[in-house]
Design a protein around this ligand. Sequence first.
Ligand code: PA5
Length: 462
Amino acid sequence: MHIQFDERNLLAEMVGKQNGVTRAEIGRAGSKALKALKSFRKQSEQGLYGFPHLPFQAKVVQDIRKYASEVRGSYDTVCVIGIGGSALGAWALDCGIRGPHPVQGAFTPEHPRLVILDNVDPSFTQAALRSMDPRRTQVVVIAKSGGTAETVATFLIVHEWLEQSLGRKTAGRIVAVTTEGKGDLFSLAQSQRYRTFAIPENIGGRFSVLSPVGLVPAALIGIDITRLMRGAAEMTHLCWQPSLEENIALHAALCHWLVWTRRGKSIQVAFPYSNHLWGTAFWFRQLWAESLGKAHNRAGAMVHTGQTPVAALGTTDQHSQVQLYIEGPNDKVFSFWAVNKFSSTGRIPRRRFGQPAFDALAGQSLAKLIDAERRATAAAMVEYGRPNCTVTLDRVDEIHLGAFLQMMEFQTAFMGELLDINAFDQEGVELGKKFTYGLMGRKGFEKYRRQFTAYERKRKTV
Ligand code: PA5
């Protein structure tokens, strides 16, 4: 496994003192980084946070693989019902290993399609159902809480759709991933005898990609989850090292913390130069936003901290966003995600038409071009004083993707420690959920319905 972090374009020598950090600053903050590492390790060892332990849970991987091999061949579509942390990991894995949907080729029982129902847009849901055959669809319903409105509503629709075709065999087509012994989905799964896989209590949604939340869909679509976990285990080992040279997650967290808190770069653009990493960019967006956007620090003081993550795709967004990135407000830090070896070099034919723009590229390769474009964009950003760094994956396979996902989770956890906030809760999303429950008439949420009505009344007076 080979993943590198290159921080040089974050340095003041490259982008100026106002925008970049100095080696001396990084050196001085080294002890703070070590403290962050120790503090997170202690909490992880106490069992508070479970994601670092996931790559070592061989039995879970074995059980999931066994289940996938039992049902393989009986479906050509895997339909995931979940949202947020219960959906984005599956997308990151599918897109990472098999590529974005339009280039995945014909779907067969050996190569099933993954359909993720992570929104309650009725047109989308209806169209998705029309595109699937209930007799050839394996349903995975995922909810840690077991009661998320979007997931529950979609499940009820999908369940009826299955039942109309399968009758009493419906339960055999459903696997539930949820907290063991808790929540309505668990109770339902027990009563209907669905196959279930447990989400450990100490794994939050956005940190759950390497738990059954990501692994069950991944195994069902044929991803080698053992190799995924091998990469994640190797990265975990590195992420416990005290040296910044070895521990790239800690190094990256520290550099980002300095550029953000000392140079005011309050937006981070995750900029993969790989369509395979596009799903991962959206997975990262949730991880970084929900973990680090917080009102209070651990001591209870009001801090309203957070760095806004943005996803951009290279080279595509060079022709859409880079004008803003280079000439607009200098409030961003750019994280390029580079890939050394693509599955094909994309040879450009040698054909010469006598047109300079065409002849210049004839005989070269797309791999060389995408690499040149990324390096050129990084250099142009430096010229304009825009701090950027690069994480390079040797290739996008199960080993490297597992390692990269784990690196990003560690980086986020370390950043939480550096900011002295709880990166693992999400109080801010609760009120909207409660209003929704009130509006949909859920028992116990009458108070929120009244509060919402008062808000609507006020809106009418302004
Ligand atoms: O990261 C999180 O905790 C959230 O994004 C959750 O994953 C999301 O709200 C879905 O929750 P649940 O799995 O309970 O349906």
